[in-house]
Design a protein around this ligand. Structure first.
Ligand code: NAP
Length: 271
């Protein structure tokens, strides 16, 4: 692509709608040239035309079905070889309708391909490229549902718990090597994801459903502040800190030579 005087090229997956198209809009207004990824090339092209006209940045459309191995590998290769890409927003995702018992194995498989396999493979390609160059930012879009098994969106929630863990783990491995990581955990947000999974936006409680513009503006503000985990709805960040502190308190107690006494397992007496 022809580059303008950009702070770096941002690649956004799931850029044809909702949160991803809003990221594209906001990043263009911050001066990033863009690579927009999704399946619907016509929609991406419409957005590209609009953003080029309104912001003057260079915008490329990269049509890919992230559940298709060949498309995914093409995108990985682009991430590995394009030195200009400095920001990746791993956002494309979907939800499954119904309960676990109502879902087919094929549906669960498809969701895991999109929400987990594609996210991990693109993160792997981006992380290697960023570490090699000594700079880059990887934003992974998770969900608060990944913290909430009570919500009973089990496979979706598990994929989003993966996104949080992936980001925290990568931060341990490569954070600080010039690479910035962020997990964004939206609550319910007004996008097409609801209709796509057979639910009506109108049925959601408007007091608990965020506008995608506010969500992305808060997520970018969190990125600017250096947050590893951004939960735009959370009023008191001390609650997240306490949650994390409780988890860290467990860590020295999770691997021992013998089971805890409450399991009644006979263990050899030390000589
Ligand atoms: P959305 O409006 O339905 O948009 C989803 C985007 O992902 C679209 O651009 C879609 O484009 C793309 N996509 C879907 N399947 C794809 C595939 N196989 N290959 C490539 N791209 C694909 O959803 P959204 O609400 O913006 O969701 C974005 C992210 O936010 C997701 O990861 C979602 O889990 C997360 N999130 C959303 C909410 C919410 O309430 N909206 C809450 C928490 C987290 P094409 O159809 O053109 O491919």
């Amino acid at each position: 692509m022809t580059q303008s005087n950009s702070p770096g090229v941002a690649l956004v997956t799931g850029a044809s709608a909702g949160i991803g198209s809003t990221y594209a809009d906001r990043l263009a207004r911050r001066g990033h040239d863009l690579i927009l990824v999704a399946r619907d090339a016509a929609r991406l092209e419409d957005l590209a035309v609009k953003l080029r006209a309104e912001t003057g940045v260079a915008v490329e459309v990269f049509r890919a079905d992230l559940t298709d191995k060949a498309d995914l590998v093409r995108l990985e290769n682009r991430l590995a070889s394009d030195e200009a890409i400095d920001l990746v927003v791993n956002n494309a995702g979907a939800v499954l309708a119904g309960s676990f018992l109502e879902q087919t194995p094929e549906q669960a498989d498809g969701l895991i391909q999109l929400n987990v396999v594609a996210v991990a493979r693109l993160a792997n390609a981006a992380a290697k490229a960023f570490v090699r160059r000594g700079h880059g930012t990887l934003v992974n879009v998770g969900s608060v549902v990944g913290l909430l098994p009570e919500y009973r969106s089990t496979v979706y929630g598990a994929t989003k718990a993966f996104v949080l863990y992936l980001t925290q783990g990568l931060n341990q491995e490569i954070g600080g090597a010039g690479v910035t990581l962020q997990a964004v955990l939206p609550g319910a947000t007004r996008t097409e994801i609801w209709e796509r999974s057979g639910r009506k936006l109108a049925d959601l409680d408007p007091n608990r459903t965020m506008d995608a513009g506010e969500l992305v503006d808060a997520a970018l503000a969190g990125l600017d502040k250096g947050e590893l985990v951004t939960i735009p709805s959370l009023l008191d960040p001390a609650e997240w800190d306490a949650f994390e502190a409780a988890r860290v308190t467990l860590s020295p107690n999770l691997s021992h030579a013998h089971p805890a006494p409450r399991y009644g397992v006979k263990v050899p007496v030390a000589a």
